[in-house]
Design a protein. Structure first.
Length: 264
């Protein structure tokens, strides 16, 4: 059975958008440090892939890599992705309830509803559209870091989470890894994630490039728009190889050593 390995890609979105570069704004982690991965928690991760072979030299088992993204500046991945849509709907329902109260006071000429209307405008918040051709799914309503609607260009807002749009590079060209995007019911990854099968029969160090899409809130003709910004980052895997061993004895495959009589 293939062993599942995870690579966590954490992006500082605000820093990356400001620098227009992922350098210094990306942090990589995996779960294979105990088998020799290096650079864990830095931008220079080299993931160890333990390859094994049978006594006749044939490939013992394949490995599977799974990429997951997280970010600084957006809703944490531990919160369901529906949180953004749920909060947006709740804010709109609260605003509709207040509209009824303002409408009841509006016929009275002695009541100035200007402040009430401004309050409603702020409660409804800013709606940003997604540009045509963008592959990211950005929510229309812009929320701040506390989950409330924001207005204006100076507010601190939540960025849409980053996504991987492709995996290319040496490891793909040399057919060391076979990447593909898969769908799943996992709400953390919005139902899609990237995975790759690794050919462990060819030891060595191979680089690969992640194509990562971020979203930036910009104003076009006075209208807020989530603009997609595509960046790339190169990482690497190191495929090692060793004969298949018995995990209990550390020796070759075969029968487990059993005592002639149970120990007293």
């Amino acid at each position: 059975m293939a062993q599942q390995q995870a690579i966590i890609v954490m992006v500082d979105i605000a820093g990356a958008l400001q620098d227009r570069n992922l350098k210094g704004n990306i942090y990589l982690f995996d779960n294979m440090k105990f088998l020799g991965s290096t650079g864990d928690g830095t931008e220079d991760l080299v993931t160890a892939i333990p390859g094994t072979y049978w006594s006749d030299g044939s490939q013992g088992t394949e490995q599977v890599l799974n990429w997951a993204l997280a970010s600084l500046g957006s809703i944490p991945p531990t919160v369901p992705r529906s949180y953004h849509a749920d909060r947006a709907g709740a804010i709109d329902r609260e605003a509709l309830a207040e509209i009824g109260a303002v409408a009841d006071r509006a016929p009275d000429p002695s009541v100035d509803t200007t402040a009430d209307l401004e309050h409603l405008r702020r409660r409804v918040g800013t709606h940003a559209r997604r540009p045509r051709g963008s592959r990211g799914l950005a929510s229309a309503k812009v929320l701040d870091v506390t989950g409330n609607a924001v207005t204006g260009e100076d507010a601190a807002y939540n960025y849409p989470p980053p996504i991987i749009t492709d995996l290319t590079g040496e490891a793909v060209d040399e057919k060391i890894i076979y990447p593909a995007q898969y769908g799943s019911p996992d709400m953390v990854s919005d139902g899609w994630y990237w995975s790759a099968t690794v050919d462990t029969a060819r030891p060595g160090t191979y680089s690969y490039t992640m194509h990562i899409q971020l979203h930036e809130l910009v104003y076009r003709n006075g209208e807020p728009v989530w603009e997609s910004v595509d960046m790339t980052w190169r990482s690497a895997i190191r495929v090692t190889t060793e004969p298949k061993r018995n995990a209990f004895t550390g020796a070759g495959l075969g029968h487990l050593p059993m005592p002639a009589v149970p120990p007293s």
